[in-house]
Design a protein. Structure first.
Length: 114
């Protein structure tokens, strides 16, 4: 189970931190990802972090502004978002693919607006 927290309304240029708490499995065995789905658009990959946290990748649109991190001891994954833009408005999902099956969180809304 994946449970996200930290969504909400923020002004352009502001910051927000999303967290994903997991239960039922140990995240240390799996790469973890954040996706988002903007209004009227398809879901897209935002960031991914390797099992140990030693490797990360980001969508070009968020590079330099977002940071993904993980705490394997606490079984949590986070997404720190800074310099937010209106185009970052979306539902954000925590994701893991285990044994070929994709698991998703409930998806908190992030709205960037003045």
């Amino acid at each position: 189970q994946l449970v996200e927290s930290g969504g909400g309304l923020v002004q352009p240029g502001g910051s927000l931190r999303l967290s994903c708490a997991t239960s039922g499995f140990t995240i240390s065995q799996w790469d973890m990802s954040w996706y988002r789905q903007p209004p009227g658009k398809e879901r897209e990959l935002v960031a991914r972090i390797s099992r140990t946290g030693g490797a990360t990748l980001y969508a070009d649109s968020v590079k330099g502004r977002f940071t993904i991190s993980r705490d394997n001891d606490e079984n949590t994954v986070s997404l720190q978002m800074s310099s937010l833009k209106s185009e970052d408005t979306a539902v954000y999902y925590c994701n893991v693919v285990r044994a070929g099956a994709a698991y998703w969180g409930q998806g908190p809304q992030v709205t960037v607006s003045s």
